[in-house]
Design a protein around this ligand. Structure first.
Ligand code: FAD
Length: 399
């Protein structure tokens, strides 16, 4: 699958952070993670810290799938707002999903603090503005529901929004808990620390066949090497669908651009992550070196049309940004695009399916895929260690 355009910003910024070998011998292990993106890296980190002998394989280079294209806004807000999620699922599932997502921002902060590497992790507030006046009543209802479950938000009315952000819209939900990170550096930092704890990592190693036996699995690589393992974790991002008998993901293409560095530290109020209620929505944030990352303009284009549309989409994104912030001179420096997947209820799929024994899926779909990846890593660690995890049911394939 052609996951993304050729030159996402993080890859240009860092180039090759570290090289990993491909697999050249037959091996065995406790757990094998297929996929060395942010999800696989988080799963491997949690498994090795829980004492599992772990192997990570990736058919590309580490972090060079969708992860390299991510704008990495870390938000607890699920693409489906709480009041709508309650209708799509039930009140308890919706509340619990939001609560675990809210907590996971702090969990990422905790993980980031243990890596001793600069991964540009920063806690930030987030602001979701009303794209249209008609969205305001639903947003106010949303705030009340979130408050009931302990999620702290504030309503910024038209006046406050203008005063704080200079944005001319009908109102906005301001949340104090969100964060941002460099997703490519984060992935490598997790992998490097996991390797120090014994995890073996092989890139350019494609899994072609999986055979199941009563006590484990045998994986066959494209180079005809075998990996025998008790457990297998599928963290293949949007290429995971082929391992699942029913369709769980809807693919879309999203576009992103990053500005030249601006010579101001505070581009807007607390450099919050900004997004909106419209579908598709625009999203933006400020990097450590004062660049604005801007994304959106989602469509159904296939990769060849996607790449041709990059310049036009960048122009459209810039125009939208200029309307929001006429006083900020956004000069696009780099542009890229990639697939992202959504699910019918906005929730990820995490856990097992009966057709694939010993196998655990870590599929963080949706706009906040990385938040879901952390949740997936922790649920799967608990499943493998036999520890009860109350969130297992929320994201299971049985829903
Ligand atoms: C432009 C853009 C902006 C985004 N913005 C955000 C955002 O702001 N916040 C957010 O949370 N999310 C965002 N996302 C989504 C986020 O990037 C993804 O959720 C995340 O990167 C998925 O990571 P992953 O590790 O699951 O997948 P990937 O990074 O794609 O990693 C999966 C890996 O599996 C490997 N693989 C697949 N099949 C095999 C096989 N058979 N054998 C060996 N290896 C295999 C692949 O090579 C790949 O490297 C964005 C996505 C895009 C494209």
């Amino acid at each position: 699958m052609d996951l993304r355009s050729a030159y996402p910003y993080w890859m240009l910024k860092h180039g090759i952070i570290k090289s990993y070998p491909s697999l050249t011998e037959n091996i065995h292990t406790d757990a094998v993670v297929i996929g060395g993106g942010i999800t696989g890296a988080l799963v491997a980190w949690h498994l090795c810290n829980a004492g599992f002998e772990t192997v990570v394989v990736d058919k590309r280079h580490i972090g060079m799938g969708s992860t390299a294209a991510s704008t990495a806004m870390l938000q607890y807000e699920i693409d489906v707002p709480l009041h709508k999620l309650m209708q799509l699922t039930d009140e308890q599932t919706a509340n619990e999903s939001y609560k675990v997502s809210y907590q996971s921002i702090l969990n990422i902060k905790d993980i980031a603090s243990k890596l001793n590497t600069d991964i540009e992790f920063k806690m930030r507030p987030s602001l979701q503005f009303a794209s249209f006046k008609k969205d305001v009543p639903g947003m106010q209802k949303e705030i009340a529901l979130r408050k009931k479950i302990g999620i702290k938000t504030e309503w910024f009315d038209e006046k406050v929004l203008r005063k704080t952000f200079g944005i001319e819209k009908g109102g906005a939900i301001f949340s104090t808990r969100a964060a941002q990170v460099d997703p490519y550096a984060f992935t490598h930092a997790l992998i490097v620390q996991s390797m120090r704890k014994g995890t073996r990592v092989y890139d350019h190693t494609q899994i072609e066949k999986i055979s199941y036996a009563p006590r484990g699995v045998t994986l066959l690589t494209a180079d005809k090497k075998t990996i025998r393992s008790r457990y297998i974790v599928i963290a293949c991002g949007y290429e995971s669908q082929k391992y699942i008998p029913r369709k769980v993901q809807e693919l879309k293409t999203t576009y992103a651009t990053i500005s030249e560095p601006l010579n101001r530290n505070d581009l807007w109020y607390k450099n919050a992550l900004i997004w909106e209620t419209a579908t598709p929505y625009i999203y933006c944030r400020v990097t450590g070196d004062n660049r604005v990352i801007l994304g959106g303009e989602d469509d159904n284009k296939q990769p060849s049309a996607r790449d041709k549309a990059l310049s036009l989409k960048t122009r459209l994104l810039k125009e939208t940004f200029n309307k929001l912030f006429p006083h900020i001179a956004f000069k696009p420096d780099f542009k890229w695009a990639g697939y992202f997947a959504s699910t019918k209820d906005g929730l990820p799929y995490i856990g097992t399916i009966p057709q694939r024994p010993h196998t655990y899926f870590a599929l963080g779909f949706g706009g906040n895929g990385i938040t879901f990846s952390v949740i997936a890593a922790q649920i799967i660690r608990d499943m493998l260690t036999g520890k009860n995890n109350d969130h297992e049911k929320l994201f299971s394939f049985n829903r």
